[in-house]
Design a protein around this ligand. Structure first.
Ligand SMILES: [Zn+2]
Length: 64
């Protein structure tokens, strides 16, 4: 059973020894990596700063 490139859907001619596996080409590999990185940044954005250095919180305390 032939695998397909998850980026462009093209049938793979490469196997697991191919450096681009499981993508059909280096280009698709980079596209997928770019998507993965942008997803990661989007998800990590709303996570509050664990060090407690939040500028918004500091402003609220000054108002008191
Ligand atoms: Zn591809």
């Amino acid at each position: 059973m032939a695998r397909r490139c998850p980026v462009c859907g093209k049938e793979l001619t490469s196997d697991r020894r191919d450096p681009n596996y499981p993508f059909c080409s280096r280009r698709c590999k980079l596209v997928d990596l770019g998507n993965w990185l942008s997803d990661k940044y989007r998800i990590s954005e709303p996570i509050p700063n664990s060090e407690g250095v939040n500028p918004e919180t500091e402003t609220e305390e000054e108002k008191k």
